[in-house]
Ligand binder design. Structure first.
Ligand code: AMP
Ligand code: ZN
Length: 471
């Protein structure tokens, strides 16, 4: 498999540290608000990556954190703690907010069939390890103390910014906010932050009462559970410029060893071209969308674009995805009903779909290509429904397996025998064709008009009629 490694800016052959074992860490949710669909898009890819690697025989150990302290409103160590700020606004204790948001996070992810990571460490539960980490960096003189806060000294780490040039240049820092005068270099970042007496979440440390810096948390939580060097570290593209360079600097300064072999960054889900963000107010929560749409439709939409390309969200695009999902469901239902005995010509297609699916996924998790391979196969199966049942069953298993790796669960529905919309529309379109052939235009037009009223638009093309959903 090849993965695009942000560190080398190349697609590279994926080679694990230990044979067939993958140590994977993904940056998780800051739990002050529910997950929006941008967050869910990124997590959908990590889930698909893990499912795929496991299917290919890798033993994957996946850790994803919850940030429940230390993420300030400005990523460069200023502003208020996001959790404390929201908890105050709601007049509840920060940990009540965190607990609620974590439960809701799992509900939302479960609904989208984003499987759970093996462990979800919480920053507040790892404070002793964080203090030890900071102590080591002080001893090694990579960090310095000012009035109870500890900063990482980037000038001591010559390869700082190898992953990406820091977005935090002196000019931009100065333009945004006054540079913290305690920092020797504006790019230095807080490892431990002194807490004023009234601060709500604080812990005793050798430097007085304080709380950890956001970047420190991920280094501590990943290395505690996965070891000094990780195979893969994932996060949204926003982390490429500050969070991840800082994670590398502090981790490698401490251990003297490489922190991560493959850095993966998922592009943004946008709204009108702008990043969807909790702090931007342009977000759509997963739970809001779940009230309107089939969860598997949302999931299919989320992975039906290449993870390194941003995708703009709009309801029309989501609705169009329904056709793909319906086609797959119809085919599964048709296989269940099939009773044919014809000697099968599906064998080649079955071998081909597997090869195409693997080729796409091996090419840096190309979920779009993988879905195309599945859809082509579905088409071939539809043309072979009179084939003998055992091969059709094999075809069905392939569809369920491959679409399942993309996170779409079909098994329950197949068992429940739901009637997919597209089967009915296809039937009506076929009926309309027959009516037109026999020049019964009054009835054929009526079918077209009534379908349109239901939001289904027919278009007559030279090689047949196609239909789409209209909103
Ligand atoms: P946060 O809770 O903001 O720290 O984000 C949790 C995860 O979602 C991180 O990996 C972010 O990089 C990612 N993320 C945040 N916003 C978006 C977005 N609009 N599109 C895709 N991923 C995002
Ligand atoms: Zn992180």
């Amino acid at each position: 498999m090849k993965l695009y490694n942000s560190l080398t800016r190349n697609k590279e052959e994926f080679i694990t540290i230990e044979d067939k074992k993958v140590r994977f860490y993904s940056c998780g949710q800051t739990v002050y608000e529910d997950a929006h669909i941008g967050n869910a898009r990124t997590y959908s890819y990590w889930d698909t990556l893990v499912r795929y690697l496991r299917w290919r025989g890798y033993d994957v150990f996946w850790v994803q954190n919850f940030t429940d302290v230390g993420h300030l409103t400005d990523d460069a160590d200023s502003g208020e703690d996001k959790i404390i700020r929201t908890a105050k606004r709601k007049s509840i204790q920060p940990m009540v907010l965190v607990e609620t948001k974590i439960r809701q996070f799992f509900e939302d992810m479960d609904a989208l069939n984003i499987q759970r990571a093996d462990i979800y460490p919480r920053a507040t539960a790892e404070i002793p390890e964080m203090i030890e980490f900071v102590k080591d960096l002080l001893v090694k003189e990579y960090a310095y103390e000012v009035n109870g806060s500890i900063y990482f000294d980037v000038t001591k780490f010559p390869s700082y910014g190898e992953l990406s040039p820091s977005s935090y240049s002196e000019e931009s820092a100065g333009a945004r906010i006054a540079v913290n005068p305690e920092k020797r270099d504006p790019r230095d970042f807080a490892l431990w932050i002194r807490a004023p007496p009234e601060h709500l979440m604080k812990w005793p440390s050798p430097w007085g009462l304080g709380y950890p810096g956001w970047h420190l948390e991920c280094s501590v939580m990943s290395q505690k559970y996965l070891g000094t060097t990780l195979d893969i570290h994932g996060g949204g593209i926003d982390h490429l410029y500050l969070h991840h360079p800082n994670e590398i600097a502090q981790s490698e300064a401490r251990t003297g060893e490489k922190f991560v072999n493959y850095w993966l960054h998922a592009a943004f889900l946008t709204v009108d071209g702008e990043r969807m963000g909790k702090s931007k107010g342009n977000f759509i929560l997963v739970r809001e969308l779940l009230n309107e749409f089939d969860p598997m439709l949302i999931r299919l939409f989320l992975i039906n674009s290449y993870y390194r390309k941003s995708v703009d969200f709009n309801r029309d695009a989501l609705v169009q995805t329904q056709i793909l999902l319906d086609r797959i469901r119809t085919t599964i239902a048709s296989i269940d009903r099939a009773t044919g005995e014809k000697e099968s010509d599906l064998i080649t297609a079955i071998t081909e779909v597997e090869a195409d699916f693997i080729a796409a996924m091996d090419d840096d998790l190309n979920t779009v290509g993988a879905l195309q391979a599945i859809m082509q196969f579905v088409k071939k199966v539809n043309a072979a429904l009179d084939n003998e049942k055992s091969l059709l069953e094999e075809a069905k298993n392939k569809i369920i397996t491959f679409i399942g790796i993309l996170g779409i669960s079909l098994q329950d529905e197949a068992q429940q025998g739901t009637i997919p919309l597209s089967a009915l529309v296809d039937m009506l379109v076929g009926l309309r064709d027959k009516l037109r052939e026999s020049k019964q235009y009054e009835f054929s037009d009526q079918i077209r008009a009534e379908l349109l009223e239901l939001g289904i638009q027919l278009e007559d093309k030279p090689d047949g009629t196609i239909w789409k959903l209209k909103r």
